[in-house]
Every structure is written in C-alpha cells, then in structure tokens.
Design a protein around this ligand. Structure first.
Ligand SMILES: NC(=O)c1ccc[n+]([C@@H]2O[C@H](COP(=O)([O-])OP(=O)(O)OC[C@H]3O[C@@H](n4cnc5c(N)ncnc54)[C@H](OP(=O)(O)O)[C@@H]3O)[C@@H](O)[C@H]2O)c1
Length: 263
C-alpha cells in the first residue's frame, strides 16, 4: 500500500540539495505539505515555490543553521509560532570531512557532531510528542552505510552515523506500539553535493545511486506494514553493510581504512 501523506506536514532538514530536496519532491508528489529547512535561503524558497505550483501543496521555507547548540528546540518554537503541526520529520541535514582526524579543523569537527548528532536528537525530542499525538507520519533519521563499521579518515563522520543508527533503532523499539513509524535510513554513495563538501571522492565506496533511487527506497520502506527500525538503500549496500558486521572488527576497520584513504 502506498501512503499518500495528504493532509499531513513533513519537515525536512537539509532540503536545499541532494537527498533532502528529493525527499521534498517525493513527499509533495504524495500530497504532503512541507517545511523546508537549510541555510541557503534562496534554494529552499525557490524549491517551496516550485513544489506549491507543481503539486498544490503548502510549502514553508525556514532558513536555519542547525549546527548550533539548542538549534533543534529553537526550530521547534519557530515552527509552532507559525501555527504548523508536524506529523513527519526527516532529519537529513548532515556533512562529513575527510583526512586524518588529528589534522581536522576543530571548529568543523564540533559543527559536524552538532549537526549530525545533537540536532538529530534535539529535533527528535522536540517534535516526537506532537507526532505521537497524531501518529500518521514518520520519524526518518538519515544514517549511512558508514554506520556499520569504523571509518578511518572519516572517523567522526562514521561515528556520528553509527550514533544515528543506534539511537533511531532504540527509539523505534520504544515507540513500536504507538502507530508512528520510526526508521533510520542508510544510503550508500549517492550522487549529491555531499562529496564536494567532503572535498574528496575517496569515501564513495561502491556504485553511486541517484537521489531519486535512494528516496524511493526510503518511501517504499515507509509503505511497508511493519517498517524495520533501520533500512539500507539498495541490495549491494545491504550486502556490504551486513558483511562488515560479520567480519572481525579489526579486519573490517583495516578494509574500511584502505577504501577511505585512497584518493
Ligand atoms: N551522498 C551520499 O553519498 C550519502 C551517503 C550516506 C548518507 N548520506 C547522508 O545523507 C544526508 C544528506 O546528504 P546529501 O548527500 O544530500 O548531501 P548534500 O547535497 O551536501 O546536502 C546536505 C544538506 O544539509 C544541509 N546542511 C548542511 N549544513 C547545515 C546546517 N549547519 N544547518 C542546516 N542545514 C545544513 C545543506 O544545506 P545548506 O548548505 O543550504 O545549509 C544541504 O541541504 C546527510 O545526512 C548525509 O550524511 C549521504
């Protein structure tokens, strides 16, 4: 069965490009009203106008920097002040950086943890109560295939995604009888601006998927009668991710290091 989402509102972080913009398109195509969040105001305003014209939904753009302490709660207040109730939250905004950890810019590392981890927790905590009151949508936290093993030369990124995976699976268990779907979604290498931000294509392990393929897989998982607490995008990514968890940890880390370092 395909869920329509008509009459519900989906808030998508990181909606100015890549997977977030594609989530916005596919939710709008199913009739959901939208709240689009990212820092690049021009892009989310343009996307909101385009989706309103194409799909007849209401789309609100809220330019916002989520890599700040307290940003999640602040965004919840901004959304409430506009009189918008949220039924679906897609915590998608995130970035990575590449190279030896000891050489990483400390400010960038702090922002990475703040955005990829703290904002996901804050936003989930801020919006879950109202989502559970009317459980017709979903909480979708974007993890990664990087969550399944340590990722030397992207040490912080892989660890943030392992956090998102573990956190979301635990919350999915806690809320399993609520009627709300809670899912960590794990893409592999996807053709977005992600690798431009990272500054390297080295971590693009395996074949690239398109944002449309990845988001279609996520929405197909949400359509299932019983959505698992975590879902990996694509068969090849499933095989390599599950395979990584079956090998001895030291060996997995060494293989991962070889793949991540090459550039
Ligand atoms: N592409 C891949 O291969 C891949 C694989 C696995 C997982 N992922 C995950 O998928 C998610 C989406 O990434 P993507 O591939 O679509 O990359 P992307 O095209 O670079 O998109 C990242 C999004 O995050 C937003 N963002 C970055 N910093 C932000 C901040 N401080 N505050 C608010 N928004 C911020 C960006 O918007 P602004 O710059 O306008 O703020 C942008 O919309 C990320 O969580 C990423 O880790 C990606």
């Amino acid at each position: 069965m395909t869920m329509t989402y008509r009459g519900t509102t989906a808030l998508i972080t990181g909606a100015s490009s890549g997977l977030g913009a594609e989530f916005a398109v596919q939710f709008a195509a199913r009739g959901a009203d939208l709240v689009l969040v990212a820092r690049r105001a021009d892009r989310i305003h343009a996307l909101a106008a385009d989706l309103e014209a194409r799909f007849g939904v209401a789309a609100t753009a809220i330019p916002f920097d989520l890599a700040r302490a307290g940003a999640g709660r602040e965004l919840r207040s901004v959304v409430s002040e506009r009189g918008i109730a949220v039924q679906t939250l897609v915590n998608n905004a995130g970035f990575g950086d590449h190279g030896a950890f000891v050489q990483h810019d400390p400010d960038l590392v702090a922002a990475e943890v703040q955005l990829n981890v703290a904002a996901v927790v804050e936003l989930s905590r801020a919006f879950l109560p109202e989502m559970l009151e009317r459980p017709v949508g979903a909480l979708v936290n974007i993890a990664s295939t990087a969550a399944f093993q340590p990722t030397p030369y992207m040490a912080v990124y892989g660890a943030t995604k392992a956090f998102v995976l573990s956190f979301t699976e635990a919350v999915a268990y806690e809320t399993r009888s609520s009627g709300l779907t809670v899912m960590a979604f794990c893409p592999g290498a996807t053709r977005t601006e992600f690798f431009e931000v990272v500054g390297s294509k080295a971590p693009a392990v395996g074949r690239y998927q398109s944002p449309r393929q990845v988001v279609s897989a996520a929405l197909a998982a949400l359509d299932r009668r019983r959505t698992p607490g975590s879902v990996i995008s694509g068969f090849a990514n499933k095989v390599t991710s599950v395979g990584a968890t079956l090998m001895p940890r030291g060996l997995t880390t060494a293989v991962s290091a070889r793949l991540m370092k090459s550039d």
